[in-house]
Design a protein around this ligand. Structure first.
Ligand code: BGC
Length: 500
């Protein structure tokens, strides 16, 4: 059925459209750079001596407990303050997206981000660092709200998955570049960390310029009553003049959406629950894979395993590269095999990798010793197989699926919940991981694997496939057809009354 619609939707990939995809995806690079930079910076001695002298002291006493040497709440607050800011900001970003459009929201993101980079790079006191991180966080909140929605809305339906995953691709490139930069700046004393933090302004600037070049999305224009501009934008991004079939669907979806005056209220109605639940649980699960325990703390983690400072940064460069490479697999496959198969395959691979890492550490890493060389290398390989499978599944799907499953009237509000859920759980992991590692030791890896099992079951029973379905038709074709979720739509109002 869906294919009929696709046949009527005409499109060409013009250089301008391609430029729009890439420029917007720089929002992902900003986010990724930030994820990647913190771990490396917090393991640099110059940085620790200046801002966290006590942590540095403890680090020098290598005989101390392996799993606990970095457990410091202030240090963790440095990493995680960004996520609190981002989670609050995403709700403001949702309003900005609805009232002003996706494009101005992306522009605002870049400005906050540049401000954060300048403040962190120039920091002389802890408060400057934290305020800088908060500005970064607001930038991430705005960028992560607007960019995935933008990409999903301007992508032709048959390539929607791939185009949206450009966001995640740029997240991984950002993490990787940050790892490389940290590797270089860790050798520059005493201000290498300033370069690491300050260079975040570069992707911010590209996004700033990009936001002046890209078009607004047709859905956002029509939603705000600018139909003529919407049609023009659609022609521009499809590279053809014949856009009637698709344009009519957008207008119809927006018209239906206009009847809804309070999107946040509609989200919590019975018929709003399926998309809201799925979008949020996907984000919860994405974080409970444990990916950020590795992304933020890879250098710290590898040092814990007995690698020297340089070797550990190098190992995280390797995982960064695997992360980027495997995301291409997702771009290639997501619109061919669909979202569900990728998620399921990856759940199995992630589960095996985590259990194996846990088992090796449990049996071979004592609190004060180090791992044998061979085993340490094996752990790096297992971390790579874990990161690889995350990168073609829960990583990109965490942003893709929530951006494509809401109808237009609840899209920005629903997606804001998804972004903020991602941030809350990223925050929890960032804040808790070092302490959890200190208390749970190797068992932490079993903790994450138990969650991975639960996610596999969720995909089997509750996650609908959204490949190839126009987003304007998502309620009709996806939710109302799914064996479990369709119950939320049978005679919506009547059912609610019955339940009351
Ligand atoms: C996640 C981040 C994670 C990154 C790793 C993203 O999709 O939201 O939390 O660090 O993927 O590549």
């Amino acid at each position: 059925m869906a294919n009929n619609d696709i046949e009527h939707y005409k499109s060409k990939v013009t250089p301008y459209v391609f430029a729009c995809w890439i420029l917007a995806a720089f929002g992902g690079l900003m986010f990724g750079y930030d994820i990647g930079i913190s771990g490396g910076v917090t393991s640099m001695d110059d940085f620790l001596i200046k801002f966290f002298p006590k942590v540095h002291e403890r680090k020098l006493h290598a005989s101390e407990n392996n799993y606990c040497k970095y457990d410091d709440q202030m240090l963790q607050l440095f990493t995680s303050s960004l996520y609190i800011a981002a989670l609050i900001a995403s709700f403001f970003a949702s309003r900005a997206c609805t009232l002003l459009g996706r494009r101005p929201t992306i522009l605002m993101a870049s400005i906050f981000f540049i401000g954060g980079a300048c403040l962190c790079g120039a920091a002389e006191a802890k408060w400057m660092l934290i305020v800088g991180r908060i500005l970064f966080g607001i930038g991430v909140g705005f960028g992560n709200e607007a960019v995935p929605l933008f990409l999903t809305e301007i992508a032709p339906v048959q390539h929607r998955g791939a185009v949206n995953i450009l966001f995640q691709l740029f997240v991984t490139i950002g993490i990787f570049i940050a790892n490389l930069i940290n590797y270089g700046t860790s050798m520059i004393h005493p201000n290498g960390w300033r370069i690491s933090l300050g260079l975040a302004a570069v992707p911010g600037c590209v996004l700033l310029v990009g936001s002046l070049i890209i078009t607004e999305t047709p859905s956002s224009l029509v939603e705000r009553g600018k139909e003529d501009e919407g049609r023009k934008a659609l022609k521009k991004i499809r590279g053809v003049d014949e856009v009637d079939a698709e344009f009519q669907q957008i207008v119809a979806a927006c018209e239906q959406g206009r009847q809804v005056k309070k999107p946040f209220k509609k989200l919590f109605k019975r018929s709003g629950i399926p998309a809201l639940f799925v979008a949020n649980i996907i984000q919860v699960f994405q974080q409970l894979t444990g990916i950020n325990a590795i992304m933020f703390y890879a250098p710290v983690l590898f040092q814990t395993l007995g690698f020297k400072s340089d070797a550990s940064l190098l190992s995280s460069v390797i995982t960064g590269l695997v992360n980027v490479g495997a995301t291409f697999v997702s771009i290639y496959l997501v619109d061919k095999v669909g979202r569900r198969k990728l998620l399921l395959q990856a759940s199995v691979q992630m589960f095996i990798s985590q259990v194996a890492i846990g088992a090796i550490l449990l049996t071979h890493l004592s609190a004060t010793g180090t791992l044998h060389k061979g085993l340490a290398a094996l752990v790096v390989i297992l971390v790579c197989t874990f990161v690889m499978s995350f990168a073609w599944s829960w990583g990109p799907m965490g942003w893709l699926i929530p951006s494509e499953i809401f109808p237009i009237e609840t899209r920005t509000a629903g997606f804001a919940f998804a972004v903020s859920t991602n941030m809350i759980f990223t925050f929890i992991i960032a804040q808790a991981f070092l302490s959890m590692m200190c208390h749970m030791r190797a068992y932490i890896f079993f903790f994450f694997s138990a969650w991975i099992l639960a996610m596999g079951l969720f995909v089997v029973f509750l996650l609908p496939e959204t490949k190839g379905i126009p987003i304007e038709l998502i309620e009709e074709r996806v939710w109302k057809q799914h064996p479990v979720w369709k119950k939320f739509y049978d005679d919506d109002e009547g059912k609610r009354d019955e339940m009351a």
